[in-house]
Structures are given as structure tokens and as C-alpha cells.
Write a protein that binds this ligand. Structure first.
Ligand code: 26W
Length: 823
């Protein structure tokens, strides 16, 4: 017999295939060939998890041995998307795993498609948290993501008759093979009741009585670093009742209390609030916040105490990063635990807390600011409230000492004021670091929104421009382009994105341009197929794919985009022979369930689509597509296929944006305002390789502060705009109900209510936007010129990797050491 010696890779593949077959057998009592696609996914996922677990254990051992400092990234949201495909590409054995799956006769794409998205987040803030975890593992830094295991994540969006319908997203209805329940780390979280003070042994003891409690149970998900054996943990908490109530209970009071406690546990982790950039002030939301913060901190301190006994050195080993103000209870809960559970004095506890907590601001939208009524806060969290009162009392003394007699400073900066607890003020007062998420955003925080705080604590403020992981959004989402880049410059870019600049030398190379253009075309075909399958609309992959995908919000101005489409359509109808390059306008967006005008905007987009897509007279020059249920998994397909990236927020309103970076990475050109990270994108790629328009943030802020903008004047003077606006109220797009879009019309011109007309300067920016769109068309007609610009965008995307962002957090805020994990 020839050839008996097997290579290591062959042995690995044999073992892997056996594991997959065994899983199918054990779980479903069937052969792999007999089970459904979903069960195939489960079998493969368990086999992959088996590989991951060894690295996970090794990583945690290495952390223990080196006693490395750990960051706890505290976030109400982690928008992870699907895990399996990402895990496979990050594992060193990715090629063997892919081959083994193929040899089993399985199609990896079909398998991956079986996994529901883990949609435990709304939009930018949640996805950023997910990218950060990927980078932390890839860079080898010890980290936990701490959050909530919502039973229902971000709702599934269905479009019915052009309207958004929200369907509960029951992502856990089947087993989740990629998590582990950790009962051994369960702990108790207490709500309500009252605080009793006992004086013993010369000190006060604060005891919470008459409370309701729930058991917090963590589920761990592995976060695999790229090719380095490092596996960090995303720890998300579920709530369970402490005691199941006893039906024999005859004491009615105790029975009712038990039922209430059981209900509390059931409701706490039931559902993610689907609001983005809008604070609703719901009691349950505050419960969620305290629930996961208390549990995460209890475990973090216990873990520290397994190796250390001096809590005053906690800041040397632990840092808590608060993802916006949602986890700001960290400050009060850490104080409470240190004082009430570990018996430290106030000053000792404060010294620790103020060295452990750091805060990131993600928005300047005033309606997003979290402020809790004292009544609600003190009833739900009586001890934390006492502590915050004391923090506030001391802080006001500091303010008075620094600015004697300046009451305005107290009004602005006090933590408790006007009957409300202001979470941002608490985070800034107690945190040692306050950062914005793009240069412009941080500047606006320092000069406008948080000016008084910046003046008082300039040393706390810093910028950390956001980033994205190229592993998911290029390597996984766009395999054709990823392979092409690797073919040109090697694969270093996967962990060192600036290396991608090596492709710049091909920008003028005809052959490379043709290859690049062909890859974009293939990706457009892939998206066209998706659109055909999901929307039943035919789109032409040779048309310009002009894409706006992001949460629906007035400040993001999807309305500007669709009004411009209406305008173009009018132009084509009026001048049928005008020069026009075919364009496909693609939208994807979820609106918060209670956000009326946002939902009406979705209906408008779909109504415009209906009319235009069915008008044979324009020969398909314009197509409008609204992609249902935009989420991480279809985002990967959409970014890869885009020519134009719409980043058209009112200047000053978008803190950073991260979709803008994902488009750039995939060779789309930015059509945008000078807002958020767009400013830095232009800085990197050059103004000639982007299409910039609109008011500057200074101009917007100036109008907001001093007035002087009158949209009615534009309506009266610009007949094209007037015509478009009239079409909102004359039934052109809603013949069955001409009044349907009246609220949108009013929001722009507003003669009706007390709201400001056109708060987001849509009419003001309209002409400048239309003109920029014209430039897009001209540029696209020059195919070679366009491909070159697209290549230059990819070449200059290096700065926008989340690896860079995380390294900056480490250098300036967290001060972690890299850990090596050998297998
Ligand atoms: C309390 C309701 C609520 C919910 C979510 C308020 C605010 C939020 C988030 C902070 C909104 C958000 O996701 N902000 C986005 O954060 C991204 C990551 O930094 C930025 O890129 C986006 O510009 C910003 O809108």
C-alpha cells in the first residue's frame, strides 16, 4: 500500500468531519445527510466551538498567569450579527475547516445563512461595541464585553403595503450552540425597598430592606481573535426568579410578593428598547441598566479578589468603559459595593471609583440625553440614589469653590437638578476620561455641548475616532475583493489595515482597474439577486448603486435623499431626452416603533418606489429599492455592492458614523456632508475622491443659535423644490389618500404647529446636494476615473480600522498589556 502517512492538516480535517457527523447523530439521531440545513448548522457550530473552547481555556489561563489588567466594556448593546462565519475566518485552522466542510458535501454559505443574527443592538453604538471586541481579541488584550441577553433583540422589520411592521425577533427560539450558561457565576440584584442604617462597631451599616430581587445568570460567548489563539468573552446576563413561588402559599401577602418577584425576573431581560438616539424614560429601562451593571461589577470585584486583597489597587487591574451614559450606574454601584459590601470609607471608595470609570459620548442629540426623575430613581434604587446625592453635594462644593457665585455653572453641571438625575453629568464628574468618537464630534463636545465640563476638567477630554473591523466587513463580507487585495499586497492588511495602501500603485494600472471593476460588478450581481429574491424587483447591475443604509432618523436625512429622487423623476418626465445615467437608489433602515415621522418616511420611500419602478416611460432610468429588515448579515452584501455611499446627515448631528467607513473599505465613494468621521475620510482620501456638499457644522450651529433660516422662502422661490413638496400633499404618490404625507410636508414648512420648520436644513441643503449628485453622475460616466477613485478609497481606508481605535483606547485610557497565548 502506498501513502499511509497523513499530514497534520489531514488528521485535523478527519477529526473535524467526525465531530460534525457525531454531533448530528447525538443531537438528532440521524446521519448528517438526513438532517435539515439548520441542524447541519448546529452540528458544524458545535464542532467549531470545540476548537474554540481549547483556545478559550488557554487564553483565560494565560490571563490568570500574567495577572493582566482587564477592560470591562459595559454596554446595553452588542450588535454581533452572525458568529459562525466570523469565527471560522478568525481561526488559524480556517482553511482546513472550510475544506472539511466542503468534503462533507456541505455549502458553507448555506450553513452560515441558517444562523439568526444576534441583534442585541440598535445601530452604530451597538455595532461599534461588536467591532471593538473583535479588535481587542485580535490585538491580544484582556477584555470582557458585558451586556444583556435580551430574549427579543432588535425587531424584525416587515414591509406591508409600504409600511413598516415590527415582528418580535425570537432569536433564541432554537438552541444557541455558540454560548455557554455559567450558573456558577450567578448573583443577586436588588430593587426597591428602603435603606436602613445600623450603627455598630463605630460605623454605619447601610442595609436595603423590603426589596425585590432577581438572580442574574451570565451566558458567555467566545470572541475569537484573528489567528492568535486569543479568545475573549462576551458575557451577557439573563434574569431568573430567585425562588419559584409556591402554590401552596396561604399567606396572601407573601404569595403576591413572590408573584411580583417572578414577574420582575421575566420582564427585565425580555426586550431591547428599539430607540436609537431617543430617550424614553421608561422604568423598565432603568431596571435593565442597574441589573446588568450590578451583576457585572459584583463578578468583576470577586474575580479581582481571587488574586488580590487590597481593593485600593483595583484601578491597576480593572477599567470600566461606559458605552454612552446607559451604563453610568457603574459609578454609584461601584461606590455602593466598595462601601456597603467591602466596608471601605467614602474617600477610599471614591479614589478607586474615579480611577476605574471612563465614559464615551456617542451623540449630541439633546433628545438622547438620559435624565431620570428623582421620584422614579430613588424608589427603584434607593441606596444608589443616596450615593449620587452625596456625589452631587460634594461636586457642587467643588464647582462653587472654582466659580464662586456663578450659579449658572451649577445649573449646567449639577448631577441632580430640576427634579432629575442627569446621567451624563454623573459620568463626567466621576469618570477619569471623557471621549467623543470623531474629531469634529469631540470638538463640538468641548466647545458647545460640554463646554463647562471641558473648562473645569480639560485633562479628562480626548478623542477616539471610531473604526470598524476589516475582518468582518472585507474579509468575510467581500471575499472577492479581499482575495484581490491579498493577491496584490499580501495578507498583512487583515491585521494591519494601513498596509492596504499598497494597492495605490495599481490605481492607474488598466489591468488592475478592470479586475477591480469586475469585482464590484460581481458584487452588484450578488446584491441584485438578493433584491430580486427579497423584493421581487429587477435592478440592473450596470446602473449606479446609490446606497443609504442606517437607522431611520430625521437628522440622517433619508428624506433629503428621497425628495431628490422625486426631483430627478420630475426632471426626466419633463425632459425625456435629457442625459441621464441609470441609477438604483437603495435604502435600508429601521425606524423606532413609536417614531411616527420616521415610519411615514419609510412609507414615502416605498410609495415613490411604486410609482417610479412601474413607470415604463422612463425606461428603467431610475429604480428605487427599500431593502426589508436591514441588519448586520445583509449589510455585508450591501456594502460590497455599493458605488455611492450616502452620508448626508445635517452637519454637527452625526457623532461619527461607521457605515461611512464600511462603504469606503468596499470601494464606494462618499457623497456626504462635512459631519462626523466624513471629515476625516475626506482628509484621508482627498477631496477629489469624495463628493461633499451642504452647510458646515458651524453654519448649522449658528442658525440654531441665532435664527435666520426660513425654509418658506426657498419654497416660494425655487419652483423645482416647490413642485416636489406639492407632490407630498396633492396625492401624486398617494392617490388613495392625498393627506398621507402632510406631516412630512409640515415638518419642512410648518405653518401648523409650534415645532421649528425644517429643523434639519433639508431645503437649505437641497440645491447643494442635487449639484453634488450631478458631479457623481459626471464622475461615474468616466468609468476609468471612477474605478481609480474607488481604488484610492480602499487604499486610504487604513485609519478606519477598529484595531487603530482600540490601540488608542489602550494607550491613552486603559493602559493594558498584550498577552500571548501559545497552544
Ligand atoms: C436612551 C436612548 C438612546 C439609545 C441609543 C440614546 C442614544 C443611543 C446611542 C448613543 C445612539 C447611537 O448609536 N449613536 C451612534 O454611535 C455611533 C458609534 O459611536 C456613531 O458612529 C453614530 O454617529 C452615533 O449616532
Amino acid at each position: 500500500m502506498a501513502k499511509t502517512v497523513k499530514t497534520e492538516a489531514e488528521i485535523f480535517k478527519e477529526e473535524f468531519k467526525k465531530k460534525v457527523r457525531d454531533e448530528a447523530k447525538m443531537l438528532y439521531r440521524k446521519t448528517l445527510e438526513e438532517v435539515s440545513d439548520r441542524h447541519k448548522f448546529v452540528a458544524v457550530a458545535y464542532a467549531v466551538k470545540d476548537i474554540v473552547i481549547d483556545q478559550w481555556i488557554a487564553t483565560q489561563k494565560a490571563y490568570e498567569k500574567t495577572d493582566a489588567k482587564t477592560v470591562y466594556y459595559l454596554s446595553m448593546e452588542f450588535l454581533m450579527g452572525r458568529a459562525l462565519g466570523n469565527m471560522i475566518i478568525n481561526l488559524s485552522s480556517r482553511n482546513e475547516i472550510k475544506e472539511a466542510i466542503e468534503e462533507l458535501g456541505l455549502d458553507l454559505n448555506v450553513i452560515e445563512d441558517q444562523e439568526p443574527d444576534a441583534a442585541l443592538g440598535n445601530g452604530g453604538l451597538g455595532r461599534l461595541a461588536a467591532c471593538f471586541l473583535d479588535s481587542l481579541s485580535t490585538l491580544g488584550y484582556p477584555a470582557y464585553g458585558c451586556g444583556i441577553r435580551y430574549k427579543y433583540g432588535m425587531f424584525q422589520q416587515k414591509i406591508e403595503d409600504g409600511y413598516q411592521k415590527e415582528i418580535p425577533e425570537d432569536w433564541l427560539r432554537h438552541v444557541n450552540p455558540l454560548e455557554i450558561k455559567r450558573e456558577e457565576y450567578a448573583c443577586e440584584v436588588k430593587f426597591g425597598g428602603f435603606v436602613r442604617v445600623e450603627h455598630r462597631d463605630g460605623r454605619n451599616y447601610f442595609i436595603q430592606d423590603g426589596y425585590q430581587a432577581v438572580r442574574a445568570i451570565p451566558y458567555d460567548m467566545p470572541i475569537v481573535g484573528y489567528g492568535n489563539n486569543v479568545v475573549n468573552t462576551l458575557r451577557i446576563w439573563d434574569a431568573e426568579p430567585i425562588v419559584h413561588f409556591n402554590l401552596d402559599e396561604f399567606d396572601k401577602g407573601a404569595y403576591m410578593a413572590a408573584v411580583e418577584q417572578e414577574n420582575l425576573a421575566k420582564t427585565i431581560t425580555e426586550v431591547l428598547y428599539p430607540n436609537d438616539n431617543h430617550y424614553a424614560g421608561k422604568e423598565l429601562r432603568l431596571k435593565q441598566q442597574y441589573f446588568f451593571i450590578s451583576a457585572s461589577l459584583q463578578i468583576a470585584i470577586k474575580k479581582y479578589l481571587t488574586k488580590h486583597d487590597d481593593l485600593s489597587k483595583l484601578p491597576e487591574k480593572v477599567v470600566f468603559q461606559m458605552n454612552d451614559t446607559h451604563p453610568t450606574l457603574t459609578v454609584a454601584e461601584l461606590m455602593r459595593l466598595l462601601m456597603d459590601e467591602y466596608l471601605l470609607e467614602w474617600d477610599e471608595a471614591w479614589a478607586i471609583t474615579s480611577k476605574c470609570c471612563a465614559y464615551t459620548n456617542h451623540t449630541i442629540m439633546s433628545e438622547a440625553l438620559e435624565k431620570w426623575p428623582i421620584e422614579l430613581f430613588s424608589r427603584l434604587l434607593p441606596r444608589c440614589y443616596q450615593i449620587i446625592e452625596e456625589i452631587n453635594r460634594r461636586f457642587i462644593i467643588d464647582i462653587e469653590n472654582k466659580y464662586p457665585g456663578d450659579h449658572r455653572k451649577i445649573e449646567k453641571m449639577a448631577i441632580i437638578y430640576d427634579g432629575q438625575v442627569k446621567m451624563a453629568n454623573l459620568a463626567i464628574c466621576a469618570g477619569f476620561s471623557v471621549n467623543g468618537v470623531a474629531k469634529l464630534h469631540t470638538e463640538i463636545l468641548e466647545k458647545q455641548e460640554l463646554r463647562d465640563f471641558y473648562e473645569m476638567f480639560p485633562e479628562k477630554f480626548n478623542n477616539k475616532t471610531n473604526g470598524i473591523t476589516q475582518r468582518r466587513f472585507l474579509l468575510h463580507g467581500n471575499p472577492l475583493l479581499a482575495e484581490w487585495v491579498t493577491g496584490k499586497v499580501g495578507d498583512d492588511w487583515i491585521t494591519d489595515l494601513p498596509k492596504i495602501q499598497g494597492i495605490e500603485v495599481y490605481a492607474d494600472d488598466k489591468k488592475a482597474q478592470a479586475e477591480f471593476a469586475n469585482i464590484k460588478y460581481q458584487n452588484k450581481v450578488r446584491l441584485a439577486k438578493y433584491i430580486k429574491e427579497h423584493n421581487g424587483i429587477d435592478v440592473d447591475p450596470r446602473s449606479i448603486f446609490d446606497v443609504q443604509v442606517k437607522r431611520l432618523h430625521e437628522y440622517k436625512r433619508q428624506l433629503l435623499n428621497i425628495l431628490h429622487v422625486m426631483y430627478l423623476y420630475n426632471q426626466i418626465k419633463e425632459h425625456p431626452d435629457m442625459d441621464f445615467y441609470p441609477r438604483t437608489f437603495i435604502f435600508g433602515a429601521k425606524a423606532a416603533a413609536g417614531y411616527k415621522i420616521a415610519k411615514l418616511t419609510i412609507k414615502l420611500i416605498n410609495s415613490v418606489a411604486d410609482v417610479i419602478n412601474n413607470d415604463a416611460s422612463i425606461n428603467g432610468k431610475i429604480k428605487v429599492v427599500f431593502i426589508e429588515n436591514y441588519r448586520v448579515s445583509n449589510a455585508e452584501i450591501i456594502f460590497a455592492a455599493a458605488d455611492v455611499s450616502e452620508q448626508i446627515s445635517t452637519a454637527s448631528k452625526e457623532a461619527s458614523g461607521t457605515g461611512n467607513m464600511k462603504f469606503m473599505l468596499n470601494g464606494a465613494l462618499t457623497l456626504g456632508t462635512m459631519d462626523g468621521a466624513n471629515v476625516e475620510i475626506v482628509e484621508e482620501v482627498g477631496i477629489d475622491n469624495a463628493f461633499i456638499f451642504g452647510l458646515s457644522s458651524d453654519e448649522v450651529i449658528n442658525y440654531e443659535n441665532n435664527g435666520g433660516y426660513d425654509p418658506m422662502q426657498i419654497f416660494n422661490e425655487d419652483m423645482d423644490i416647490r413642485k416636489v413638496l406639492m407632490q407630498l400633499i396633492n396625492g401624486f404618490y398617494s392617490p388613495d389618500d392625498p393627506e398621507r404625507f402632510r406631516d412630512i410636508y409640515n415638518s419642512l414648512l410648518n405653518t401648523q404647529s409650534t415645532d421649528k420648520a425644517d429643523r434639519y436644513f433639508i431645503l437649505k441643503d437641497f440645491r447643494s446636494y442635487a449639484e453634488a449628485q450631478k458631479r457623481v453622475e459626471e464622475a461615474y460616466k468616466d468609468q476609468e476615473g471612477w474605478v481609480k477613485k474607488a481604488m484610492l478609497n480602499v487604499a486610504h481606508v487604513g485609519k478606519f480600522t477598529s484595531d487603530r481605535t482600540i490601540q488608542e483606547y489602550v494607550d491613552d485610557i486603559w493602559h493594558l498589556e498584550k498577552v500571548k497565548v501559545d497552544m
